[in-house]
Design a binder for this molecule. Structure first.
Ligand code: G
Ligand code: MN
Length: 293
């Protein structure tokens, strides 16, 4: 079976079925799981995983705020496997911890390498899955990674989704407190991609809000989305949170965001995610004038 088939099959199953019982499919499933685990181990060893980096720039003056690190899996025979397919599987297979450590090391090393190129306050954004966020040793591990690469904690922004924060409110509060004590920034990722709750903005100590690309995609034409986004931006301002719009693809979206007080954008309009070695070619500050004519 090809890795993409395994991934597709397992991902569908995971979404459909919360309970388990023994049935005749089990053998096949267990075997696929084993093959997937094997693929991931090999992939880490063979460096088939890769991080690409997408810039975040200021709406006002194009200043480069930082880069978000995005995971890619270039499977030798299957090709590019989308993160949406393989991440849930790694979670289930408890392989995410190993991959997570690799991601922290790699992105911190990259942030260090950028010192020679970019401003001192440049931020690297790293997404955490629910499992990663819930790990008891997360903060200890991040502290060690920062020390090892000689980075300030404010150089790192971890991105968590509402889904990850919802599981256990008590533990969430503790983990957020520990992260903030360490001094890393915390961003709420993918806000508006699904059900979203304003009480999270009110109750949790967050530094940054990332507007999901699904909220941005119908701007500026959808007056309902526009009303929602405008008010979320205002709310974040009141709460002292910084707002980054993701998935910005058009000039009209950029202009709307500018008119409505959004401070930073990330999206194809500015740049696609790029290989580490290409980030040095990113011209900054980004020239908004060249787009607007
Ligand atoms: O689900 P999430 O919002 O984290 O999606 C991140 C993915 O979106 C990345 O894999 C990245 O390649 C992709 N992406 C980045 N910028 C854009 C964009 O402007 N438009 C779209 N459609 N996708 C984008
Ligand atoms: Mn993210």
């Amino acid at each position: 079976m090809r890795a993409s088939d395994i991934a597709m099959y397992e991902a569908k199953r995971a979404g459909r079925q919360q309970y388990r019982f023994y049935d005749h499919e089990m053998n096949g499933r267990a075997r696929s799981r084993l093959m997937l685990e094997e693929s991931v181990r090999t992939a880490i060893e063979n460096r088939d995983f890769n991080l690409v980096y997408q810039p975040q720039v200021a709406v006002a003056d194009g200043r480069l705020r930082g880069f978000e690190a995005l995971l890619r899996w270039q499977h030798p025979s299957v090709g590019d496997v989308p993160p949406g397919l393989f991440l849930p599987l790694l979670e289930e297979a408890r392989l995410i911890s190993r991959l997570g450590s690799w991601i922290y090391q790699r992105s911190a090393g990259q942030r260090k390498a950028w010192e020679a190129l970019f401003a001192e306050d440049l931020v690297v954004g790293v997404s955490l899955s629910s499992t990663q966020f819930a790990m008891p040793h997360l903060v200890t591990e991040l502290r060690q990674v920062l020390e090892r690469h000689g980075l300030q904690s404010r150089h790192l922004e971890v991105e968590v989704t509402e889904e990850a924060l919802m599981h256990n409110p008590e533990e969430t509060r503790k983990q957020l407190r520990l992260l903030r004590n360490l001094g890393v920034r915390v961003a709420l990722d993918d806000f508006g991609s699904g059900p979203c709750s304003l009480s999270h903005l009110r109750d949790l100590e967050l530094d940054t809000l990332k507007l999901d690309r699904h909220l941005i995609s119908r701007l500026p034409d959808s007056s309902r989305d526009a009303a929602l986004v405008r008010n979320v931006i205002d709310l974040c301002k009141e709460y002292g949170m910084l707002v980054v719009a993701e998935g910005v693809e058009t000039l009209a979206q950029y202009q709307w965001l500018q008119a409505n007080g959004c401070e930073y954008v990330q999206g194809f309009l500015v740049a696609r995610p790029m290989m580490a070695e290409d980030t040095g070619l990113f011209v900054q500050p980004f020239d908004w004038g060249a787009l607007t004519g």
